[in-house]
Every structure is written in C-alpha cells, then in structure tokens.
Design a protein around this ligand. Structure first.
Ligand SMILES: [Mg+2]
Length: 227
C-alpha cells in the first residue's frame, strides 16, 4: 500500500533564506513594530502563531491583530519573492535524492508545514522542489500545527483517491513540534536534526526514528518507510 510522507519545510528540506527578514519588514510596515523578534523562537510554529505571539508581546489585542494580518501576509509574500531572487533557500543534504527515491517507489508526498501556503510555494520553488508536493497542509489552514495532520490526510484522499489512515502516514520534521503534530494525528514520526534541535531532543519528543540528516539516502529511506 502506498504510504503518505508529509514533510516539514524549514530545517527539514531547506535552510537559510530571507524569510525572517521579510516577516520582520511586513510586521513593521503594518503594525509599526515586529515586537521582540530577535531571539523569539520560530522553530516548529505556524506563521500566524508567530505573528500573533510577537504582536501580543508588543501590546496589540487579538482584534487588531486579526484585522492587520491580511496586510502582513501581502507584504511578507512580496518581500519574500523579491529577496529569494538573490538569496534562495539552501537545500539540505540528501533531500532531492530522498524525494526522488520516494517518488520512484510510488509513495505519496505532501507537506505539513507552519508556512502559509504561498510562502511554502515561494520557498520550495526557489529550491526547485515544489513539484514534488501535490498536496499539503499549511499554517494558513490552521494556526495550531497539531490541527494540520487531518487536513493533509483529507487533501491526500481527494488527490490520490486513497483513504489514507494516520497509520499509512509519516510526518518528517526537525522540531519536537513536528513530532508532537504527527503523534497527535496518529502517524509515525521521523525527526531530522538539521534544524535547531538535537537528535536527543527529538527522541525525547517521542519520534519513532531520528536521523542526524538525510545525507545517507538509504538510511533516510529506511527510517521514513519504517522497514
Ligand atoms: Mg521546521
């Protein structure tokens, strides 16, 4: 049976890039401040969650935040697109090979990311990886990452016509939040320590398998497919 492999983006498939600066510019243009953005942890959170946290810390109420967010995303996406043209994302080691092999073996590939949809598309397009992922669940679908697994499963069902159960799916990500998201949704989970978290932290979060990175394509495939 085909399995559904759901990848996080930042720290898992890609690293670097100009997104944080674009996000900061957008918050400043719309709200006049980016709050305490320096040192604020972004890893594993959805874009709307990060924006809300920073703006609450800057003293804004939820009504004001809701009203301003559409303009924030508009500026963010425009800034991101411009900046990516000269500062593309870095593809992490082994990633294209792992995606090729999974596709060759008939696996269904999707995204499970805190990025808003258009941000995910811009980042992955800059890295020439967007075409691997016909479906996904995004930060623009739900502010709470743990709510995204059922969204991804439903989109996969509609796209492939296969009723994937959580047991047929695996979430691959670089943070304890990715692991928690997969566990909450009932999937297997693979932690990859190419972001800001150590293998130990990912094990402690309950990941079924943990990789230092995906440079060893055979090891990565074995961990992802669970065989
Ligand atoms: Mg990540």
């Amino acid at each position: 049976m085909t399995r559904l492999v759901l990848f996080d983006i930042d720290g898992t498939l890609l690293s670097g890039g100009p997104a944080k600066g674009a996000f900061e510019t957008a918050l400043r243009q719309v709200f006049g401040t980016a709050g305490p953005i320096e040192g604020h942890p972004f890893a594993g959170k959805t874009d709307p969650q990060i924006a809300r946290e920073l703006l609450r810390l800057a003293g804004f109420g939820d009504g004001e935040i809701e009203a301003g967010l559409p303009a924030v995303w508009e500026v963010y996406l425009s800034e991101l697109e411009t900046r990516l043209s000269t500062w593309p994302m870095t593809v992490l080691p082994g990633v294209p090979e792992v995606l090729d092999r999974l596709a060759q073996e008939g696996m269904a590939l999707g995204l499970l990311t805190g990025n808003i949809f258009s941000g995910a598309r811009l980042k992955l397009t800059s890295a020439k990886l967007w075409h691997y992922f016909p479906v996904g669940a995004f930060g623009s679908d739900h502010e709470a990452r743990e709510k995204l697994t059922p969204v991804a499963l439903e989109r996969a069902r509609r796209y492939w016509g296969v009723a994937f159960s959580p047991r047929d799916a695996v979430v691959v990500g670089d943070t304890p939040r990715d692991v928690a998201c997969g566990r909450w949704g009932g999937t297997r989970t693979v932690g990859v320590a190419t972001g800001h978290h150590t293998p130990r932290e990912l094990v402690e979060a309950g990941a079924d398998e943990v990789l230092e990175d995906m440079a060893d394509v055979g090891a990565a495939l074995a961990a992802i497919l669970g065989d």
